[in-house]
Design a protein around this ligand. Structure first.
Ligand code: PMP
Length: 438
């Protein structure tokens, strides 16, 4: 499969070599590298993208899970082009910001919003806000949970614990380089779905805990739901200890439900972080908060700033995405398609007798090649990545671009995918399992 990849992607290899002269490692961002080498894209329309070698792919990677609207959607193109013609940046608000904030309020049930430009900025705002509002120092996060690339959250992304439980440490010698031990010390790590450990940490240092940040449905080591009662328990404990609860819905927001996991699961946080899908394909970020959080920001005690915050292009594209593209009808068909793909793949996998399971939530789906369900980050570390890697290459060589295999990233079905697109994915998978030695 590797040599097929290299043959089909010859121009991409040339570009990678050329790029190394000016781009560190030959790519514009570390997560742009796919193995055996990056592939360079030309364009995307609907559910498909074309690379520089002229190969066509059904896109299930979705730009790191951001392209729920699909590529070059006419409504998004129209909104973006109109705005380009009117000017894209003034450092002053535009009325689209009200439309977007109102729409997000209705979806997520949180009344007050602010904008920024990425998921990292959104979680950075959330963490600093929780510290500012409570006047406390410690942040709690889930072991293995990814929340962007700032110091407070780039902690314990590798197996960080001994047998006694997780300990905080900079992400890993590789990805945590540059995160000071002293910084990591102010982030305490708790295992997912374990209210007992959370309670004992809060008993120990709860009077200095500013808040906890969680993905309400974990999306960075597979897709892991909260156990029944877990989020309710987290909410109750944060209330008891006077700390805040922030949901990182950068991945799940707008995708698992029109109102994210907040609406789907019915447990309301104090702050929700959004990015990815709500930009309609452009760099975006947002935080939503309760009226108390909104009042704190409005009081001027917290500096929620950024040159391009709420910029007109972001606002225009978000407005078009939220009001014209991500309609109830579009959600209904996309969710039905995603579920049907997951069902088909699941049946093929179980008929093959190989260990693993397939899951979908809303427009997200995932195949996990493991004998047991992944419930914690430590379970995820034992997943067979070899089959995952082979599956990625096999699909890629047959016209499907999947999320990278080792990083536990679910795929995304956009509102522009068709049954034919997903039949190709299922057909490839069927061929792969038939060919693999028993
Ligand atoms: N939080 C979560 C849950 C994410 O998955 C990501 C990105 N994958 C981020 C935050 C960071 O977002 P960004 O890459 O836009 O900074």
């Amino acid at each position: 499969e590797e040599s097929t990849f290299r043959t089909r992607q010859a121009r991409s290899l040339e570009l990678t070599r050329e790029a190394r002269e000016y781009l560190a490692g030959g790519v514009a961002s570390s997560r742009q590298s796919t193995a055996p080498h990056p592939f360079w894209v030309d364009r995307g329309v609907g559910s498909r993208i074309w690379d520089q070698d002229g190969n066509e792919f059904v896109d299930l990677h979705g730009g790191h899970g951001a392209m729920l609207v699909g590529h070059s959607h006419p409504a998004i193109v129209r909104a973006g082009a109109e705005r380009l013609g009117l000017g894209t940046h003034f450092g002053q608000p535009v009325p689209d910001a009200i439309v977007v904030a109102r729409n997000l309020s209705e979806r997520f049930g949180l009344p007050q919003w602010r904008f920024n430009s990425s998921g990292t900025e959104a979680t950075h705002d959330a963490v600093r806000l929780m510290r500012a509002i409570t006047g406390r120092r410690i942040l709690l996060k889930t072991e293995g949970g990814y929340h962007g690339h700032h110091e407070s959250v780039l902690v314990s992304l590798s197996n960080s614990g001994d047998e006694l439980g997780p300990v905080s440490r900079p992400a890993s010698p590789l990805s945590g380089a540059g995160v000071l031990r002293e910084f990591a010390d102010w982030t305490r790590v708790v295992p997912w779905n374990d209210l007992g450990v959370l309670e004992s940490v809060l008993e120990e240092c709860g009077d200095d805990v500013a808040g906890i940040i969680v993905e309400p449905i974990l999306m960075n080591f597979g897709m892991v739901r909260p156990d029944p009662g877990y989020l309710e328990g987290v909410r109750a404990l944060t209330r008891r200890y006077g700390c805040l609860l922030a949901y990182d819905e950068v991945k799940s927001g707008l995708v698992v439900d029109p109102g994210g996991a907040t609406a789907l699961l019915g447990v309301r946080p104090d702050i929700v972080c959004l990015a990815k899908a709500f930009g309609g394909g452009i760099a975006c970020g947002a935080i939503g908060g309760t009226s108390e959080v909104g009042e704190f920001i409005a009081s001027g005690k917290y500096l929620q700033i950024g040159t391009f915050n709420g910029n007109p292009l972001h606002m225009a594209m978000s407005r078009a995405a939220l009001t014209e593209v991500l309609t109830p009808q579009a959600y209904a068909t996309t969710y039905a398609r995603t579920e049907s793909l997951a069902r088909t793949l699941g049946e093929l996998l179980s008929a093959s007798g190989r260990p693993g399971y397939v899951d979908s939530i809303g427009a997200k789906g995932m195949i996990t090649f493991a004998p047991h369900r992944v419930a914690t980050y430590r379970d995820f570390l034992s997943v067979n990545q070899e089959i995952g890697r082979l599956h990625w290459l096999f699909q890629h060589n047959r016209g499907v671009f999947m999320p990278p295999w080792g990083a536990g990233q679910p795929w995304l079905v956009s509102v522009q995918h068709t049954d034919e697109d997903l039949d190709l994915v299922a057909g490839n998978f069927e061929e792969l399992v038939a060919r693999m030695p028993k």
